[in-house]
Ligand binder design. Structure first.
Ligand code: HEC
Length: 120
C-alpha cells in the first residue's frame, strides 16, 4: 500500500515536471530535438530574445521557408541591428533546416495558409 502510493506520487511528480518544462519554452518535442542537435537552442527561443531573436519575431518578417533556410546557411546580421552576428550553420542538413524554417513560420500567430508570402 505504502509502496503503491510512493510510486504513484513519483509518477505524478514526473508528469508535472515535464509539463512545466514544456510550458516554459513551448517548443514541440521534435523541434526541440532538432534545435538541440544543431545547437540553435543555445541562442533561440520561441517568444524571448536570447543571444538571437525570438523565433516569433523572425516569423513576423514574413520570409518564405526557403528564405529562412538560406538565412540559416548565410545569416545577414544587418537584418538584426543590435544583435551579434549569427555564425553560418552550414552543417545543418537541408531537410532539418527546412523543418525548422516551416515551424518558425507558424509562430507569428496569424496561422496563414497563403503560400504566396513573398517579400524582400
Ligand atoms: C551562437 C548563437 C546562435 C546559434 C547557435 C544560432 N543562432 Fe540563429 N541567430 C543568432 C543571432 C545573434 C541572430 C541575429 C543576427 C543575425 O542574423 O546574424 C540570429 C538570427 C537567426 C534567424 C533570422 C535570420 C534573419 O536574417 O532574419 C534565423 C531564422 C535563425 N537565427 C535560425 C537559427 C537556427 C535554425 C539555428 C540552428 C540551426 C540557429 N539560428 C542557431 C544566434 C544564433
Amino acid at each position: 500500500m505504502k509502496k503503491t502510493f510512493g510510486l504513484l506520487f513519483a509518477t505524478a511528480a514526473m508528469a508535472v515536471g515535464s509539463f512545466n518544462a514544456q510550458a516554459q519554452d513551448n517548443i514541440p518535442e521534435d523541434m526541440k530535438a532538432l534545435m538541440t542537435k544543431h545547437t540553435c537552442i543555445a541562442c533561440h527561443r520561441v517568444d524571448q530574445r536570447l543571444v538571437g531573436p525570438a523565433y516569433k519575431d523572425v516569423a513576423k518578417k514574413n520570409y518564405t521557408d526557403a528564405q529562412i533556410v538560406e538565412l540559416i546557411y548565410n545569416p545577414k546580421p544587418s537584418n538584426w541591428p543590435g544583435y551579434p552576428p549569427m555564425a553560418p550553420m552550414k552543417q545543418v542538413p537541408k531537410e532539418d533546416a527546412l523543418k525548422l524554417a516551416k515551424w518558425i513560420n507558424t509562430l507569428d500567430g496569424t496561422a496563414k495558409k497563403a503560400p504566396s508570402k513573398k517579400k524582400a
